[in-house]
Design a protein around this ligand. Structure first.
Ligand SMILES: [Zn+2]
Length: 353
């Protein structure tokens, strides 16, 4: 009998739920109409109802391993609580894991949504061929996840991997975390829009100004379209994004010497616009990268999934695009209960003691 698990993504606008079997086959994906912003109780009610329907549907075909939930915020693994989440203010210090375990009578694992995305890309995406990887998720903010030996690296309490707050420019724009010039302030969708507004204010970006005037939904996507069409101020914004990513990635390469670094999230669709500046900066700043850089046109350099046998004999550092899009967090969340026994969490240690 196969096993399956339920993955939940609270990271987006709407609640998303998927059933995935232990071979990584996506059995079902549901996007509910429940806006995550409508409050904790409503979201938990809806989540439990959809999970129950889904479990009933697939129970005859396999055994339920449990439920994994990706949450946009800082998770405390020991208590299964959300310690801090700007998007989910009323979830703070609420016993999410215990409450859902009580209602559904199965194992529930909470995880930061960027960690879940990293685990998804490691399991079924760009990093399927390696055991160790880290991922940057470029969205409204910048998330990060570190996967070592196939499991998320949690640090002491579950808060490790906040790669969006790597300092890139100590005198840069103020960040919500109270630091300045964090990667998130220089490489997120929010940052791209802000840089476009700043460029327009100088009077030297007439095309961007026209686009913003014409489009009430003016966003990083529009800036990317204009960069693709050759608008120089828009191209310059993506060069700055790439440079900031390169500074952070060079540090990560120097610290970890991992075989793979994956860049995902909505902004990663602008890969062609920022990757040249990013790779130039990584090469300049990281001697570990230079010592392990793939040769030109080596497999996997630009976004393909590299099977083990195709990896060159000389182990190389690969920096590449994510493959799973917005499903990374969902399948990664489903992976959590499947490998829960492998995770050395403070809770597991307490249970063993
Ligand atoms: Zn910060």
């Amino acid at each position: 009998m196969t096993r399956f698990a339920i993955g939940v993504d609270l990271g987006g606008t709407n609640l998303r739920i998927a059933a995935v079997d232990s071979n990584g086959k996506l059995l079902e994906k549901t996007t509910t109409s429940t806006a995550v912003s409508r409050g904790r109780n409503l979201v938990i009610d809806e989540m439990c109802a959809v999970i129950q329907q889904t479990v009933t549907k697939f129970r005859s075909g396999g055994e339920l391993a449990g439920i994994g939930i990706g949450v946009p915020g800082i998770i405390e693994m020991q208590t299964g609580m959300v310690r801090e989440s700007p998007n989910l203010p009323d979830w703070r210090d609420y016993p999410v894991r215990d409450e859902i375990e009580r209602r559904l009578r199965t194992t529930v694992v909470l995880e930061n949504d960027a960690n879940a995305a990293a685990l998804g890309e490691k399991w079924l995406g760009a990093a399927a061929a390696v055991n160790d990887m880290c991922m940057l998720t470029l969205g409204t903010g910048v998330g990060g996840g570190i996967v070592l030996n196939g499991s998320v690296w949690h640090g002491m309490t579950g808060m490790a991997g906040e790669l969006g707050h790597i300092n890139v420019d100590p005198n840069g724009p103020a960040c919500n975390c109270s630091s300045r010039g964090c990667l998130e302030q220089l490489a997120s969708a929010t940052a791209i829009k802000r840089m476009a507004v700043e460029a327009i204010a100088t009077g030297k970006a007439p095309e961007l100004a026209r686009a913003m005037h014409e489009d009430p939904e003016f966003s990083s996507k529009v800036v990317h379209q204009m960069a693709t069409q050759g608008d120089e101020p828009a191209k310059e914004i993506f060069r700055r994004v790439g440079d900031a990513l390169g500074v952070a990635l060079a540090d990560l390469v120097n610290i970890f010497n991992l075989p793979m670094y994956v860049v995902g999230g909505g902004v990663a669709s602008a890969w062609d616009a920022f990757a040249p500046a990013m790779m130039e900066r990584v090469r300049k700043n990281s001697f570990v990268y230079r010592a392990t850089a793939p040769t030109e046109n080596a497999p996997g350099v630009q976004g393909s999934n590299v099977p083990d046998e195709a990896l060159p004999a000389r182990r190389t550092t690969i920096i590449t695009r994510a493959l799973l899009g917005s499903d990374a967090g969902l399948v990664g969340a489903a992976r959590l209960p499947m490998i829960a026994g492998k995770i050395t969490s403070p809770k597991a240690e307490l249970k063993r003691a």
